[in-house]
Design a protein around this ligand. Structure first.
Ligand SMILES: C[S@@+](CC[C@H](N)C(=O)[O-])C[C@H]1O[C@@H](n2cnc3c(N)ncnc32)[C@H](O)[C@@H]1O
Length: 272
């Protein structure tokens, strides 16, 4: 599906980067929980893959005090947001690169930690991405991944399924991006040769105002609208909004969010 390409995905993130931080408060909390799950006591350097505006990096810095940081992301707009935050952190040495996970300009066997928060689900070639991230890791180093898990936002999927005419690119995206524990084990252990030291699915039920829910969707998944004219998009948005309002209760739109978390270690005698 062309609108699931990294070029389209990163263009969508760049376009909406100015609204990203306000729209994804739960991602900020999730990134912190992921970083809190890493073993201590410290890491000399860290690579943040799909770093976006830098939440996970900042959670990492706050916990471990690491100052040698590399971030990669294909969305220039997201990196611009990250750079703005760095103005308040002159103590950090940060290299940011516009790059895809599969062509990162980073050294092999170099990083004590590789982190990837809410980006892995957007990677089209997930096993290859795990291999590329593992390659950058030093033997004995740790990887931490947080991504969308199977079953996330089923309620919204049901809303979308009833929209006429059908919106296959929206409905189909759930299966393209979401993964379960056994699938992540395959990427990290079988493909990348890492040892999983902790892996779990978080399942939370949330109720938020419909406008807040749809705003997050606009900010994180606008690439799915590629191909619609402005008029078609306005019509589609009106239908989705009406259907989501109908599905909402007095406390807002209730949805399930499952987040897949994994912490893995590169063996001391890792494959090259
Ligand atoms: C939901 S944001 C997450 C940003 C940040 N890590 C956070 O926790 O808020 C997903 C990020 O993944 C990036 N991304 C998408 N496809 C990518 C790819 N193939 N390689 C690297 N990053 C990618 C996007 O540009 C976007 O900035």
């Amino acid at each position: 599906m062309s609108n699931q390409s990294t070029t389209a995905i990163s263009a969508g993130f760049s376009l909406n980067a100015g609204d990203y931080d306000k729209a994804v408060r739960y991602n900020i909390q999730g990134a912190k929980r992921l970083i809190d799950a890493l073993p201590g006591p410290s890491y000399d350097n860290v690579l943040d893959v799909g770093c976006g505006t830098g939440f996970a990096t900042m959670a990492f810095v706050n916990r471990f005090g690491t100052t040698d940081i590399t971030g990669i992301d294909p969305a220039q707009g997201m990196l611009d947001g990250f750079r703005q935050k760095l103005v308040d952190h002159p103590e950090l040495q940060v290299d940011l690169h516009v790059a895809d996970v599969l062509s990162m300009p980073v050294k092999e066997n170099h990083y004590d930690a590789v982190i990837c928060s809410m980006a892995f689900h957007w990677f089209p070639f997930k096993a290859d991405a795990a291999v590329a991230m593992a390659r950058a890791l030093k033997p004995g180093g740790h990887m931490a991944i947080l991504c969308s898990g199977r079953g996330a936002e089923e309620e919204f999927r049901r809303v979308l399924t009833e929209i006429q005419p059908p919106v296959p690119q929206w409905v189909g995206t759930f299966d393209i991006v979401q993964r379960d524990i056994d699938e992540m084990e395959g990427y990290l252990e079988d493909a990348a040769g890492l040892e999983i030291i902790d892996i779990w699915m978080e399942r939370r039920i949330r109720r938020v105002p419909v406008e807040e829910y749809l705003e997050r969707m606009r900010v994180v998944a606008s690439h799915l609208n590629a191909g619609y004219s402005p008029e078609e998009l306005e019509e589609l948005n009106a239908k989705v909004s009406a259907a989501t309002q109908k599905a909402a209760g007095p406390r807002g739109f209730e949805y399930t969010f499952t987040k897949l978390n994994a912490i893995a270690r590169k063996p001391d005698t890792a494959r090259a």
